[in-house]
Design a protein around this ligand. Structure first.
Ligand SMILES: Nc1ncnc2c1ncn2[C@@H]1O[C@H](COP(=O)(O)OP(=O)(O)O)[C@@H](O)[C@H]1O
Ligand SMILES: [Mg+2]
Length: 227
């Protein structure tokens, strides 16, 4: 079963009366439980693609199906419950809420769906990533690597079937980067979730079940493990 199907997605922006095509006729499918890498030079359209796949923005044309549900042109109210229950996000710049502690940041998506075990689950996750003692620290009291570990816990707390990670190590040094990628891959394996990761790491890309390469908004290459 495919957890995600993308059909003929096209996205344009109009800048000073000129229409620029950012994504051009993108089609692919992602089997549930698999690990997919999206690579491509800066500006090739990777982040734009992720925003369309997760319903944060809408394409000009084409279709995005998540678990067989067409989310392409859903409005915010229709999307919100699905996004909070089924999707997890990890961004390059962490996106933690500065006024909340690590624990509160991680609990937040679980509290939105009124999970009575929100705190318990958040504590467990933080402990698992080695931040048990940091749970009452605020984001500004944490290193970059620690912030990203908190962000990963937050992405995982509702046990999402599908996780999007957009260059999650882009702001980290190489040592922290490999620790963060290992952590993401471990949690994914343990939970059987699907991971769609934008990364420049060729070592990580080599571990993926499927890899697509974007170039100027088009799929310039696609490779499945074993090809
Ligand atoms: N809101 C926007 N308005 C106009 N152009 C945009 C917007 N967002 C992204 N772009 C352009 O779309 C292209 C792809 O950007 P992006 O998806 O961020 O690429 P990547 O993540 O691969 O670096 C770039 O040329 C960028 O300038
Ligand atoms: Mg990007």
């Amino acid at each position: 079963m495919n957890i995600l199907e993308v059909r003929q997605l096209t996205k344009t922006y109009t800048i000073e009366n000129r229409q620029i095509t950012i994504l051009d006729n993108i089609t692919f499918a992602v089997p549930a439980g698999s690990f997919m890498v999206i690579e491509g030079a800066s500006g090739s359209g990777k982040s734009t693609l992720l925003t369309l796949l997760s319903g944060l923005d809408q394409p000009d044309s084409g279709t995005v199906l998540i678990q067989d549900t067409d989310i392409t042109f859903m409005n915010e109210d229709e999307l919100a419950p699905m996004r909070n229950k089924t999707l997890g996000f990890v961004f390059q710049s962490f996106h933690l809420v500065p006024s909340l502690t690590s624990l509160e940041n991680v609990m937040f998506p679980a509290e939105l769906k009124k999970d009575p075990q929100a705190e318990e689950k958040a504590e467990l996750l933080l402990k698992k990533v080695g931040l048990g003692k940091r749970r009452f620290n605020y984001p500004h009291q944490l290193s970059g690597g620690e912030k990203q570990r908190v962000a990963i816990c937050r992405a995982m707390i509702n046990d999402p079937a599908l996780i999007f990670a957009d260059e999650p190590t882009g702001n980290l040094d190489s040592e922290n980067s490999s620790a963060i990628l290992d952590l993401l891959l471990d949690l994914r394996r343990e939970r059987g979730s699907t991971l769609i990761l934008v990364t420049h790491s060729t070592a990580i890309a080599a571990m993926a079940d499927k890899k697509i390469t974007l170039k100027d908004g088009r799929i310039a290459g696609s490779k499945n493990r074993g090809d």
